[in-house]
Design a protein around this ligand. Structure first.
Ligand code: SF4
Length: 127
């Protein structure tokens, strides 16, 4: 099978280099050009072999001034786990108060990545 080249933009920093990634006929990473630094090469290889994403979502809050708290994974997790991760996160409830930056789920799906609150939710004064 012949080599394949795909183009992508590096999103690691605001420069946004245009990358050209070459793979063999089996989709194995061969090389990258267009990157101004090593981080871009690492990003390109990861993007074609095991793409990862930060997962932003919400968790239910019990006894809070708001019914939900916005959360995200501390680091990107494998893209193939996003759906399963959403299913797990959906079942969680946390008790108010919740502080911004607080770890709400440790080691999500064994990835070693925690889920943290991205805002503060105080206790509901009426409860
Ligand atoms: S390759 Fe390096 S300089 Fe270019 S966007 Fe990526 S991180 Fe930034």
């Amino acid at each position: 099978m012949s080599e394949k080249t795909i183009e992508m933009t590096c999103v690691v920093c605001p420069i946004g280099c245009n990358l050209k990634v070459t793979m063999d006929g089996n989709g194995k990473f061969l090389s990258v050009t267009g990157n101004k630094c090593l981080k871009g090469a690492i990003y390109a290889k990861e993007e074609v072999t095991e793409p990862k994403r930060i997962l932003p979502t919400n968790i239910k809050v019990v006894g809070g001034e708001l019914p939900l708290v916005s959360v995200r994974t501390e680091k990107p997790i494998p893209k193939k786990l996003l759906f399963e991760a959403m299913e797990v996160i959906r079942t969680f409830k946390v008790k108010a108060p919740v502080k911004r930056g607080q770890i709400l789920i440790k080691n999500l799906l064994g990835t070693g990545v925690n889920v943290i609150a991205t805002r503060t939710v105080k206790m509901d004064k009426g409860t």
